[in-house]
Design a protein. Sequence first.
Length: 121
Amino acid sequence: MRMAFHRCECEMGQAQNYEIYCPTLVLAECAAAISRQTDDPSLAEELIGIIIDMPAINLIPLDLPLAIKASTMALKYRLSGADSVYVAVAAAYDAALITWDKEMLKRGSMVVETSTPDLCC
């Protein structure tokens, strides 16, 4: 099953059963989320290392064609800038978008299949 994850939405053990596509933006978003919530930069660094080393994760760079696709989706579906990048990656790889974000679940579903982690993982 192909999936595009929004942030750090699936437990790492479960994620190994799937082919996962994430924009490289996921690294900064996960680092920020962990270090801001825990005030522990080393924990965030550890998570980033785990994400980078996980064989099931395909990190997709935000190149110009993907950025243009994301910006078109942002204006058409009223997605935030970051959310549009995740939706664009899911669309580009014919993957389901996995997130807890209610707005992204609703707006992203106009472009790709969406689901919460508890329903997919």
